[in-house]
Design a protein around this ligand. Structure first.
Ligand code: GBH
Length: 472
């Protein structure tokens, strides 16, 4: 069902009263100023400066130069009319060595940003860790070692003490799947490792770090506390027994490693079958499950696309030589739909299915926020200074409708953040992918709101008017 129509006659999804709309970014993808005002190096500085690691050798050295242009970006958010802005703190800006001496100029930067957001009527939602681990901590073992989880707790305490009075929503980790498995097993993200036990230890220590951080946030009186996962809606290639077993392993790797300890206080049932004994390592200590499973105020879900898996031979028969993602899986792409420039199929109903599946499986599921959703398209700035990104508008409208379908089915979903406010540094894909509502000219760093920006603004205005939310 639809109500008013947006600029390009795209219908606005019918969102329930009180549903909140926001936009998201992450520090390394937008800030730049990688070596200014005392910021220490992160694993992404090291990785992106290593030849061959990122497309075209792109780095986040300058990115969107948000560190210097944040006022302009806050003005864009104010004009957009979002309730909330999700951004991340760069750990190495606050603690250049990961632990120890605090960098006052780094602390001041986020003070200014937060105060400007509040003055603009935009509630800050802070991600504490969006992949930029201080290099000094990686040099001491990174997420493979428990000390990193403890350092994360101390950093969280510092941030909560400093900003807790003004932050509405805290997200401990963004997509720990990527930190553990893309970073330490696939090697496509920093630190670029390809390991078995190391990646599984990293997964566990990320969860422990989350649990310790929640404890610090609670002690500091933080308002809302949660974590963001990139959960996958996984289809299986066939009903053959071997493909169904492959699906079960994929569910462990992508989803259950995170959701079982966080939401049900247990380790995944099929982890032994998935990792042939590698999973249950000495990194697990008594009491960890209680720590990790402490109640949350919300669960953040990032969603972009579904995946389909099939059984595949292991790359090696020796489990000791396997990485944590070598679990006998191959990904297929049977989707006969439009694909974005990331090569991802557009399947909005997969989001509804994912949310309904979570709701069915976890009786104690906290309220859900969609903390990222969006699509990459390359529409240029036209001669008239306009960016016609109709495909992005379609994508956002259809996924918001998928969210309303899940709400109608009984899932408690409170809000949605578009990924992303700005075109930005898309990790190993560099600047080749553009997710923004706002176009960035990579040479001049000029910001140009796209049609989707105007559409989203119209949606927010119409949603407020229709549901008669009190003025902020
Ligand atoms: C999210 O990751 C991130 O939170 C966000 O920072 C990111 O910009 C956004 O989605 C869009 O991707 O082909 O080697 O470059 C989603 C999961 C995992 C998807 C890594 C892209 C790229 C691997 N991402 N993957 S590579």
């Amino acid at each position: 069902m639809t109500n008013t129509c947006g600029p390009a006659a795209h219908p606005f999804p019918d969102l329930p009263a009180g549903f909140r709309l926001g936009a998201a970014t992450a520090a390394y993808q937008i800030e730049g100023a990688h070596d200014q005002d005392g910021r220490g190096p992160s694993i992404w500085d090291t990785f992106s400066h290593t030849p061959g690691r990122t497309l075209g050798g792109d780095t986040g050295d300058t990115a969107c130069d948000h560190y210097h242009r944040y006022s302009e970006d806050v003005a864009l958010l104010r004009e957009l009319g979002v309730d909330s802005y999700r951004f991340s703190l760069a750990w190495p800006r606050l603690l250049p060595q990961g632990t120890g001496p605090v960098n006052r100029k780094g602390l001041d930067f986020y003070d200014r940003l937060i105060d400007e957001l509040l003055a603009a009527g935009v509630a800050p939602a802070v991600t504490l860790y969006h992949w930029d681990l201080p290099q000094a901590l990686e040099d001491r073992g990174g997420w493979r070692v428990r000390e990193t989880a403890e350092a994360f707790a101390a950093y969280t305490a510092l941030a909560a003490e400093r900003y807790g009075d003004r932050v509405e929503r805290w997200i401990t980790l963004n997509e720990p799947y990527c930190s553990a498995f893309v970073g330490y097993a696939e090697g496509r993200h920093a630190p670029g490792a390809e390991e078995g036990r190391g990646a599984l230890a990293a997964a566990h220590h990320l969860l422990v770090g989350h649990g310790l951080a929640v404890r610090e946030l609670r002690a500091a009186g933080a308002r809302e506390v949660g974590i963001t996962l990139n959960l996958d809606r996984i289809h299986t290639a066939s009903a053959l027994p071997e493909d169904r077993a492959a699906l079960r392993r994929a569910e462990v790797l992508h989803n259950e490693v995170w959701t079982e300890p966080l939401l049900a206080g247990r380790y995944p049932a099929h982890e032994a079958e998935t990792w042939a004994g590698l999973a249950d390592g000495p990194w697990r200590l008594p009491g960890d499950l209680e720590l990790i499973g402490a109640p949350l105020d919300f669960l953040g879900v990032n969603f972009y696309r579904p995946i389909t898996v099939a059984d595949a031979p292991h790359r090696t028969d020796d489990p000791e030589l396997r990485t944590a993602v070598d679990i006998g899986l191959t990904e297929l792409n049977p989707y006969r739909t439009r694909h974005t420039t990331m090569g991802w199929p557009v399947v909005p109903e997969a989001l509804t299915e994912l949310l309904c599946g979570l709701h069915a499986r976890y009786p104690h599921l906290p309220p859900v926020w969609i903390t990222e959703n969006g699509c990459a398209e390359l529409d240029p700035v036209g001669p008239d200074g306009v960016v016609h990104d109709a495909k992005r508008i379609d994508y956002l409208a259809d996924h918001l409708t998928a969210v309303t379908d899940a709400i109608a089915a009984g899932v408690d979903i409170r809000g949605y953040y578009v990924w992303s406010l700005l075109d930005n540094y898309e990790w190993a894909r560099g600047y080749s992918q553009r997710f923004g509502l706002v176009h960035i000219d990579q040479d001049t760093l000029t910001r140009t709101p796209k049609d989707s920006y105007h559409w989203y603004r119209g949606l927010i205005t119409a949603h407020r008017a229709r549901t008669e939310e009190p003025a902020r």
